[in-house]
Design a protein around this ligand. Structure first.
Ligand code: ADP
Ligand code: MG
Length: 454
């Protein structure tokens, strides 16, 4: 039976032909197919802002593209995370008639995107461990780093690394069987095979297929279904492969301990190997990524412009690359140089970048005060030096220097007329804590989430 993911992958091919590369990368690519419900394709949106945009601008194009693949398709339904559970139970419903002419992408279990390799994966502080562990796994699968669990926010390169591992193994060890699947697909195939009975031939087939691989990759494990049968089967698949020294690689947007529906014994298994996180890349890494992308596109773009883009889009590499693509498309459309400020400005202007604009020192201080009980703005800018106040103050200064591009002098003025060396010292104190103590890193992340309204 064809799965929702497979339908969606074919719909994506249709959509790609109809929208700009920028629109595709910014708005379409990140949608997650959940199920087909009453002839509507149900798509999960990352957040309500994105949902609004796709609903307003792309619903027709998506619906028409769906119809090409599923002639009886009625439309699309965009949902947010909180509604996912409601629809997940339909994930295995019969999809009905399919236009096989438009099914180009067949089984996707073993295809790796040729665009994602280690060569074009830029390594910085934020991802160096994940990249090194991935390379080690690609070179010696099933040995030391098993299982490898990679986690990190949306668009930070997890799927890129999976593909890079797959491509590397394909090249250097073509006999090894690699399987790359989404959680949804695993669940669907399992339910299909189970049909209420653990002893059917289909179930034997299912087990054979998943337990005969040398490398099993499961992307976006946070979407694992809560059902006992799914988790149990995954657990046994895991054990079977693990004890045969087969490599298991898992990606998720959060660490194992935060995946809500995960059974304890699976969690323990995931934590038992190597857990590598990818955090948001620093400015230098972001610029390096843009440089490498510009080079790949054979575009000679000024460093200053790359820096401008890297400063605008800070938390999602997919979006950042989208802006670059837009500049290149624009320049070609209006026949101007890519370094023309008119081109750059119009690409950036359109880009929905209200996140950075809304952030002010006041907002940062407000959020810090909300986060640490009993600390007020007066304390922050005041002179008191008790620990309860010094740390929130350091956190404020650190976040202000991280999130805003303001001269240290002005920051000093805001914080009760401190001079710029004091500000530097205060910033470095907290930067050091954040870099070396996970508790502070978590605090900084929580406050950032508050600031950006996540
Ligand atoms: P995730 O799976 O974490 O949501 P992806 O792996 O899909 O993110 O990455 C989003 C985009 O950003 C992809 O185009 C990917 O190639 C690119 N990307 C992410 N990290 C890097 C990096 N370090 N170097 C180069 N490209 C990157
Ligand atoms: Mg991904």
């Amino acid at each position: 039976m064809i799965s929702t993911t497979q339908v969606w992958e074919n719909v994506l091919i249709e959509i790609q032909a109809r929208v700009t590369a920028f629109a595709y990368e910014s708005w379409i690519e990140g949608l997650v197919p959940v199920c087909i419900y009453e002839d509507n394709v149900v798509l999960l949106c990352e957040n309500s802002a994105k949902k609004r945009v796709v609903e307003e601008r792309y619903i027709d194009v998506i619906s028409e593209s769906c119809k090409k693949v599923m002639p009886h398709n009625e439309g699309v339904l965009f949902i947010l995370e909180e509604e996912r559970e409601k629809y997940e139970k339909y994930a295995n419903a019969d999809i009905g008639e399919i236009n096989s002419e438009n099914i180009i992408v067949e089984e996707t279990t073993c295809s790796f995107s040729p665009k994602c390799t280690f060569d074009n994966f830029i390594v910085g502080k934020s991802n160096e461990f994940a990249a090194a562990a991935s390379k080690a796994v690609a070179q010696n699968p099933g040995t030391k780093y098993n299982p490898l669990f990679i986690y990190g926010g949306v668009g930070l390169g997890k799927t890129h690394l999976l593909n890079a591992i797959g491509n590397h193994i394909r090249k250097t060890n073509p006999k090894l069987r690699c399987m790359n699947i989404s959680c949804e697909r695993f669940t669907n195939e399992l339910i299909e095979a189970l049909r209420g009975n653990k002893h059917t031939d289909e179930m034997k087939e299912f087990r054979k297929r998943y337990r005969s691989v040398d490398v099993l990759m499961i992307d976006d494990i946070q979407f694992i279904a809560k059902t006992v049968s799914t988790q149990e089967e995954l657990f046994h698949t895991f054990n079977d492969l693990y004890y045969k020294d087969k490599q298991i690689i898992i990606c998720s947007d959060r660490p194992p301990q935060e995946i809500a529906p995960l059974e304890e014994r699976l969690r323990t298994r995931f934590q038992g190997g190597v857990v590598a996180d990818i955090s948001e890349p620093d400015l230098e890494t972001r610029i390096a990524i843009l440089k490498s992308e510009a080079l790949a596109e054979k575009q000679n773009i000024d460093d200053e412009i790359l820096k401008l883009i890297a400063n605008k889009v800070t938390t999602n590499i997919r979006e950042m690359k989208g802006v670059l693509t837009k500049i290149i498309c624009y320049s070609q459309l209006i026949c101007k140089n890519v370094n023309d400020m008119e081109v750059v400005n119009s690409a950036l202007k359109d880009y929905n970048d209200d996140k950075t604009e809304l952030v002010t020192i006041d907002k940062i201080v407000d959020c810090v005060c909300k986060y640490y009980p009993n600390v007020t703005k007066k304390d922050i800018i005041g002179k008191k030096k008790t620990k309860e106040i010094v740390e929130p103050r350091q956190m404020c200064v650190y976040l202000v220097t991280e999130l805003l591009t303001l001269p240290l002098l002005s920051i000093g003025q805001y914080f009760g007329g401190r001079d710029h060396t004091t500000i530097m010292y205060t910033r470095d104190k907290m930067a050091d804590l954040v870099a070396n103590d996970p508790r502070y890193a978590a605090q900084a992340k929580d406050i950032k989430d508050m600031i950006f309204g996540k």
